[in-house]
Design a protein around this ligand. Structure first.
Ligand SMILES: NC(=O)c1ccc[n+]([C@@H]2O[C@H](COP(=O)([O-])OP(=O)(O)OC[C@H]3O[C@@H](n4cnc5c(N)ncnc54)[C@H](O)[C@@H]3O)[C@@H](O)[C@H]2O)c1
Length: 886
């Protein structure tokens, strides 16, 4: 009798205690080999060897390509052992030789496929291009790293195949492994170990421990040096393993039992379906976890199907497994034979109709073998034990169904969800059924088909985790996120600021992708810009006010043949529904570029349309902060107010009914491509809109300057805007046709936009957004009314910056001390507003007083409030501010 030894740390050794056991050939019932029986000490030694090997980096430290070279050599050694594997596997497990002869080829192929995928395709390192975060700029990526020491515990039905799976996944991904074969079938894994040794896989990377499941399992599943357990076997043992692994929180993947349904549709090719059901159940004597042991047959074809299946089952040749003509070999062990006999009795007692089989088979010359006849029960109720419990033998339950819904319901009525089949001539119908079954694998017009790149594993109590394919290999890695901060300065780290009383953020991030064209007559460049941006069909977006002022007509004429259509139903402070309607219009027109003509409401709507048009879906799908990673639908903006600066910012502010507030899209790839500042477009702006929109720009400038994110680039833009507005707003109010001053206000709005884009602005904006939502106050008016009060609120926190505002507005601050100069700035803003006819109080713009407490709460939660010079956290203070301006 051959004697096999344990494989620990690269050597074949006897068990420390010298124990051995015999391996039985289930076709003869007689022992044919002796095996060293591992105990606790051997398990400890194997884990220690695997740990040493892993920690030394001799394997985990190789590149995947270097490992692949060694794994390919291993695969070649496996191929050389094909014949021995075939014979030993057949005698050890009872597999027929027609089956066991495939493992050498399959195993070496699997190793090569895995190694190739790990070396060439697996994403070991992956950039995360979506920031999704506006506060921690930097590079983010993930590394996938080996887990460590992996324990594989495998069953007795496919000893060699399972050993290849457990060893293959673990080692190609850089781990080391301790494999525990089933005690009844230990030999195949030891032959694989011989191949590994011959191929020079470093010692300790693979260890094989034949022996009793209970004793070895206890050590392996609780050992602190073990990082992962992959178990294939029964659901009962899987539960125990999970519990054992819990104490030291090991990663566990479980591939457990099944009671899979094979659904035969009325339109199935009947011969194919019969073969599918037969093979799906009696393959390897039914000792297969994913077997289709519940065959659900449509009532229309039930009798015919059953008759054919009975005939085929009775025709299967039962014989010794090494006889090349045998279809059905023995069951793997005497205890499994006893289990099958027990379940057949249970089925009969429950009233199921025994169609064929139901007894042992006698094979001449092998009378001691564990042979059992293929057994079919019909008239089975899905509530019978034979339909609910895994039998793991050649016993199939045929269940009749009347409708597809009923078949799906029966299929899903199981604690298991490992696999299943559908037989139908209609792929559409079969796929529709497959979608509705809660199970890990569905075969259509096939059964038991596996592929090295196709994941396998269970739903429900059939386990979790996958083996094979990308998913299977990924289970043998862990994910590490690496963040490399773009700002290596604690003062500029927004999140660390939580522990600091210094609110400033001295980090400059400035990008101005917008082409700005400013000057009388520059509208003429719109067609050239369309071409430059590779557009052919421009949809103009505007609103009724702008259209009535005749401004749309200019644009249509200037666009010439590039004009595709117009969407003009944009309300003030636009909403998501408007974005959706405009996107639908653009889709219907086949527009590939957007030209927006209007104030902030139009521009922001158009920005959101560009994103929705490019990415599909509805506007609500695209409320996002920095997750776009490519250019959006091109966008040319022609601003028509004195205002928002939105033509150069990365922000769109849109009302969402569902969110109950204004929501933001903040995306650098949404910044418009071109801004055309032609005074022709603001000549028609009535005085009250001129002053309120100019005060929006003024608010941008002042708040940008005082924001905790301000910096000299921002400040330069902001102060330029403050000066231009202070100088030119009164002139425009005096003479609306003063083109030069109109243009300067437009430029002021744009530079204030750049400043605001850097600084993300402050409390006045938060208050204005809230009032816009709650009380429908136009944004510019609300900004203006709030601004002087917020400047005073910030006087001690942005003293010098506010003094600069005063100076830019022409206030003589030479004799004023810090705080007084800051307050003078607020006075100057107020004076400008009064002079130009801006509303000064909230009551003047129709806000109800009882709204103020709610408005205060919303304002402190609004994003711009985070950047205010003076920290904003106390709603009472903000409510006080609202009251002051009421
Ligand atoms: N995304 C950003 O960077 C940003 C910045 C600030 C404000 N906003 C948003 O912009 C919106 C406010 O924009 P707005 O203040 O420009 O107002 P608006 O776009 O709502 O326009 C106000 C009114 O002015 C009319 N109008 C505009 N130009 C005209 C012209 N030349 N002649 C005659 N009538 C004209 C419009 O028809 C409209 O009725 C708010 O929703 C605000 O949240 C966005």
């Amino acid at each position: 009798m051959d004697h096999y030894k344990l494989f620990i740390d690269g050597e074949f050794v006897d068990a420390a205690g010298g124990a051995t056991f015999q391996s039985i050939d289930p076709g003869t019932g007689k022992p044919f080999a002796t095996v060293a029986k591992a105990g606790k000490a051997d398990a400890e030694a194997a884990v220690a060897a695997a740990r040493r090997a892993f920690d030394s980096g001799v394997w985990s430290g190789l590149t995947p390509v270097e490992r692949a070279v060694k794994v390919n050599a291993f695969a070649d050694q496996v191929a050389q052992l094909t014949l021995r594997m075939a014979v030993v596997e057949a005698m050890d497990s009872g597999q027929i030789i027609r089956l066991s002869k495939v493992w050498g080829r399959q195993g070496s192929g699997l190793l090569r496929n895995f190694a190739h995928y790990a070396a060439r395709r697996f994403p070991w390192e992956e950039e995360i291009p979506y920031a999704g975060n506006v506060f921690s700029p930097g590079r983010d990526y993930i590394r996938r790293e080996p887990i460590g020491v992996c324990v594989g515990i495998i069953p007795w039905n496919f000893p060699i195949s399972m050993a290849f799976w457990k060893i293959g996944h673990a080692i190609v991904m850089g781990n080391t492994v301790v494999l525990k074969p089933a005690s009844a079938t230990p030999l195949g894994a030891l032959i694989i170990a011989e191949a590994a040794k011959a191929a020079g896989i470093p010692k300790g990377v693979i260890n094989v421990l034949p022996g009793p499941g209970g004793e070895l399992g206890d050590v392996l599943c609780t050992h602190p040096a073990v990082d992962k357990i992959a178990f294939t076997g029964s659901t009962e043992v899987g539960r125990d393993i999970m519990k054992m692994a819990a104490d030291s929180v090991k990663k566990v993947t479980l591939e457990l039992g099944g009671k899979s349904a094979n659904i035969i549709c009325p339109d199935a090719d009947i011969d194919l379906a019969v073969e599918g059901a037969l093979f799906g159940t009696f393959f390897h004597q039914g000792q297969v976890c994913e077997s289709g042991t519940r065959v659900l047959v449509a009532a229309e074809i039930h009798d015919q199907f059953l008759e054919k299946m009975k005939r085929r089952a009775e025709g299967l040749r039962i014989g010794y497994q090494l006889d090349p003509t045998t279809h059905q070999g023995p069951l793997a062990s005497s205890s499994q034979l006893a289990t099958v006999e027990d379940y057949v009795r249970i089925g009969r007692e429950a009233g199921a109709q025994l169609v064929t089989g139901g007894e042992r088979a006698v094979v001449k010359g092998h009378e001691e073998g564990y042979f059992y006849k293929p057994t079919i029960f019909a008239g089975v109720g899905n509530d019978m034990r034979i339909a609910r419990e895994e039998i793991f033998g050649p016993v199939v339950c045929v269940i009749k169904y009347d409708s597809e819904e009923e078949a799906i319901q029966i299929a899903n009525d199981s604690i298991y969800g490992l696999a299943g089949g559908v037989f139908s001539r209609s792929t559409r119908r079969a796929e529709n059924i497959a979608r509705q079954i809660r199970t890990g694998t569905m075969w259509i017009n096939n059964y038991h088909s596996f592929g090295d790149f196709c994941p396998f594993g269970g739903y429900k109590q059939s386990g979790f985790g996958r083996e094979l394919g990308h998913e299977g290999l990924a289970e043998y890695t862990q994910v590490k996120r690496v963040h490399v901060s773009a700002v290596a300065d604690h003062k500029a780290n927004f999140t660390m600021k939580m522990f600091s009383d210094d609110p400033t953020l001295p980090f400059v991030q400035y990008s101005t992708p917008t082409m700005v064209l400013a000057g009388h007559g520059c509208l003429a460049s719109v067609a050239r810009e369309v071409v430059r941006l590779r557009g052919r069909r421009a949809m103009v977006m505007t609103d009724a006010g702008v259209r009535n002022a005749g401004l749309f007509d200019y644009v249509r004429e200037a666009l010439g043949d590039f004009y595709a259509g117009v969407f003009d139903r944009i309300p003030q402070d636009s909403d998501l529904e408007t974005v959706d309607a405009a996107t639908d219009a653009a889709r219907a027109l086949g527009a590939d570029i957007i030209v927006s003509v209007g104030g902030g409401s139009v521009i922001d709507t158009a920005k959101a349309v560009c994103v929705t048009l490019k990415n599909g879906g509805r506007a609500d799908d695209h409320i996002s902060l920095q997750r776009l990673i490519e250019p959006q639908t091109p966008h040319i903006v022609i601003p028509t107010t004195a205002g928002t600066g939105s033509e150069v910012t990365n922000t769109a502010v849109i009302k969402s009914g569902q969110a109950g507030r204004k929501v933001y899209i903040v995306e650098n790839f949404m910044v418009p491509n071109t801004a055309i500042l032609d005074p022709l477009f603001t000549l028609t702006l009535p005085p009250h809109l001129t002053v309120t929109t100019a005060m929006d720009a003024m608010t941008h400038a002042v708040e940008a300057l005082t924001s905790i994110k301000s910096n000299p680039i921002c400040d330069g833009h902001a102060l330029n805007a403050v000066r231009l507005i202070a100088d030119h707003l009164p002139r425009v109010i005096e003479n609306g046709q003063d083109e030069q001053s109109r243009l300067n206000l437009q430029i002021a709005a744009t530079t204030a936009g750049w400043a605001f884009n850097i600084s993300q602005v402050g409390l006045a904006h938060a208050m204005a957004h809230t009032l816009g939502w709650l009380a429908k106050v136009p944004h510019g008016s609300a900004c203006g009314i709030a601004l002087p009060a917020v400047m005073r609120f910030n006087a001690d926190h942005a003293t010098e910056k506010l003094a600069l505002v005063a100076r830019s507005m022409g206030v003589n601050i030479v004799d004023l001390k810090g705080r007084d100069a800051a307050l003078a700035a607020a006075e100057a803003v107020e004076a400008l507003m009064k002079r130009c006819g801006h509303p000064m109080r909230l009551r003047d713009v129709g806000v109800a007083e009882d709204l103020l407490p709610t408005a205060a709460l919303h304002a402190i939660a609004d994003a711009p409030a985070m950047f205010n010079a003076r920290p904003v956290g106390d709603p009472a203070l903000v409510e006080q501010l609202f009251k002051e301006i009421y």
